[in-house]
Design a protein around this ligand. Sequence first.
Ligand code: FAD
Length: 378
Amino acid sequence: MDLTLSPNEQAFADELRGWLADNHPGEEPAGDEAAWQFRLDWQRRLHERGYAGLSWPEEYGGRGATLIEQAIFGEEMARARAPMAANVLGLVMGGPVVIAHGSEEQKRRYLEPILSGEEIWCQGFSEPESGSDLASLKTRAVKDGDEWVVTGQKVWTTFAHHAKWCMLVARTDPDAPKHQGLTYFLMDMDQEAVQVRPLRQITGEAEFNELFIEEARIPDANVVGGVGNGWAVAITTLMHERAGLGAASAASVRIALGQLVELARERGVADDPTVRQRIAALLIESEALRLNAWRGLTQIMKTGVPGPEGSLPKLQWSAVNQGLTELAVAIQGEDGLARDSDWTYRFLRARANSIEGGTTEILKNIIAERVLGLPRLR
Ligand SMILES: Cc1cc2nc3c(=O)[nH]c(=O)nc-3n(C[C@H](O)[C@H](O)[C@H](O)COP(=O)(O)OP(=O)(O)OC[C@H]3O[C@@H](n4cnc5c(N)ncnc54)[C@H](O)[C@@H]3O)c2cc1C
């Protein structure tokens, strides 16, 4: 892949950089609710300027931008340390899945409110006994006239407490082989039958939730990709999740590494050979991550969909981010134990990086089997 930007891409990057310099909303406020409102407001501004859903087709409210422009966008946002948009699951996964598998009616109904942040999305995949082995999930959906009746439990459902729509995978045919009996639904969260209970994380935030679903109703029109085809649609979702996590992450770890070097200087350890070696190793890894993220992008440009290669940057990002936050906390010594330090927060949040969006072990299996073509163990 040619990594030099074309004149058009350079112009796009310059325009975006200028806009970010004038419109950066500043630091995110503390507190779950204040931070949420801040992210919602930021998403509205991105949308007004045409920066939400950049590579989505123009007819559905996107900008029809190329994937290179989408990658430039991710890098510039990370470079400017711009906040996250509120509807991150809708933008990164929900919209692309509806574009790939949804009917024309579904595209017209769901895409625009994702971009504006009017309707927030969450992802109801994991269950208490089904995480990595997603196809073993037990949530059941039974047909009743032109509706489905859904009963089960989901867990780790990020932003379910804000969400209007849930990308829900449920078992519709208990007699079919486990990957074939699944269907992908868009479930309306605004119903009594869906109870959301927050889970508090090690950082003190409550980003995710348990979902208790007791005979929730989903119209047949909200099936995405056809009954019994839920596994294929779920895989598209996960590929987009991993590609999304990988793409902007190279720029953000680069910035974090710069801050780590500053910290090492401030604390007088920049000449310590062990610290220098660890920083150099992280820098090399982050460069490999950047190149792998571009490699994943090349693959998407060739095939139109993210493939298993997207697992590699996600895996590398979690390792580099955990490594650099660990080193920062170690350099801070006992100050690193203070809970209100920014580095301590980042260190604690990074613990989840090797679990969310597929664990490191699972990603290694995918890379071994589906990218390198090594024999399957199971
Ligand atoms: C911050 C965060 C946000 C999340 N948000 C969501 C969300 O919005 N929606 C959602 O549906 N889920 C979400 N998840 C859940 C996440 O996808 C799962 O935690 C993840 O898939 C792992 O599943 P599990 O927790 O059940 O662990 P398990 O699958 O039980 O795994 C336990 C351990 O066993 C290892 N393991 C399992 N199988 C194998 C194997 N075949 N080979 C080698 N090792 C193996 C795993 O790597 C892990 O170390 C989130 C998780 C986190 C941390």
